[in-house]
Every structure is written in structure tokens, then in C-alpha cells.
Design a protein around this ligand. Structure first.
Ligand code: RP5
Length: 170
């Protein structure tokens, strides 16, 4: 039973979905990036091939439930990001999940080659962390506090790159 003093969980702003629980070891990096920035999110398995009706329902209801961005990861014949983009007006970020064969090229090409009119912002094969960071940037466009946190994060990248240069010059 939930304690009456327990804080109400924040409404998720980002939905992370994947075709299978086997995608989670890759996709969790998106959740971790969102957690670093304090962005409320949810994570679900919504397979385009095995549960098409649930996938369509998820996409159709996402905006109405308060989501602003969907991150969708899948491997192989990876239709999930494109199909979601077809049924939601929200921005969809696709993560090609590498499987045992083809080094994720199959996933990448399935996700990136969308026909004009139905965009999916595709990150690198296995690039779930960048998907999370891109979702933060999308939200930050209308959230000045989040934008400040993103700028501070970028500063840490700059400093780390300088530190590496110092090691090389030594
Ligand atoms: C895809 O099939 C999923 O996104 C996953 O990457 C792949 C394999 O799924 P499992 O057989 O591991 O459930 O639809």
C-alpha cells in the first residue's frame, strides 16, 4: 500500500519503448541519461510485430498522456520507431539495437530510411545514451532550467576533452 505521505510520481515526459525485453541492456542507457537530468520517464515493451494493436494504442495515446518525446529501440527488422512515428505527432527518436547478425546494420537501415513525411530522428547503432540526451535537448527548447543543465553538461565534456589533450601534450 502506498503511504499517504509518499510523493506523487511525476507524469512521464519521455516514453522509452522497445520491441523486446532483450533490448533493455542497450536501452537502459537512455533511461540513465534522463535520470541524470531529472527528466521523468517511463519504459515499456511494445513490440510492433508481436503486439501491433498495443503499439498503435501506445502511439495514439502518448501525447494525451502528457508525453513529449518517444524513444523507440528495436533490432533486426526494426519497424517500431517508424510505426510509432506514423501514429503520433510527437517527435520519435529511434535507437537501432544491434543483434547477433549484421552488426546492427539491419536495425539501422530499418529505422533511418523513413519515407518523406514520417521522420524518425535516428541515433547511432546502440546509441541509446544519445537518444536520452537528444530527448533532453528537445524538452530543453521550452524549459530554460533544463537548458541550463544541458549547457553545464556540455561544459563537463569540454573540460574532459581539454584534460585528455593535456595528457597527450605532457
Ligand atoms: C525485435 O526483435 C526486438 O526489438 C529485438 O531487438 C529482437 C529480438 O527479440 P527477442 O527475440 O529477443 O524477444 O523485434
Amino acid at each position: 500500500m502506498t503511504s499517504p505521505d509518499a510523493p506523487t510520481p511525476a507524469t512521464p515526459r519521455v516514453g522509452i519503448v522497445m520491441g523486446s525485453d532483450s533490448d533493455w541492456p542497450v536501452m537502459r542507457a537512455a533511461a540513465e541519461a534522463l535520470e541524470e537530468f531529472g527528466v521523468a520517464h517511463e519504459a515499456d515493451v511494445v513490440s510492433a510485430h508481436r503486439m501491433p494493436q498495443e503499439m498503435i494504442d501506445y502511439g495514439r495515446e502518448a501525447a494525451g498522456r502528457g508525453l513529449s518525446v518517444i524513444i523507440a529501440g528495436a533490432g533486426g527488422a526494426a519497424h517500431l520507431p517508424g510505426m510509432l512515428a506514423a501514429v503520433t505527432p510527437l517527435p520519435v527518436i529511434g535507437v537501432p539495437v544491434p543483434l547477433k547478425y549484421l552488426d546492427g546494420m539491419d536495425s539501422l537501415l530499418s529505422i533511418v530510411q523513413m519515407p518523406a513525411g514520417v521522420p524518425v530522428a535516428t541515433v547511432a547503432v546502440g546509441g541509446a545514451r544519445n537518444a536520452g540526451l537528444l530527448a533532453v535537448r528537445v524538452l530543453a527548447a521550452t524549459d530554460p532550467a533544463l537548458q541550463e543543465r544541458m549547457s553545464a553538461f556540455q561544459e563537463t565534456l569540454r573540460e574532459a576533452a581539454h584534460a585528455k589533450g593535456e595528457v597527450v601534450r605532457r
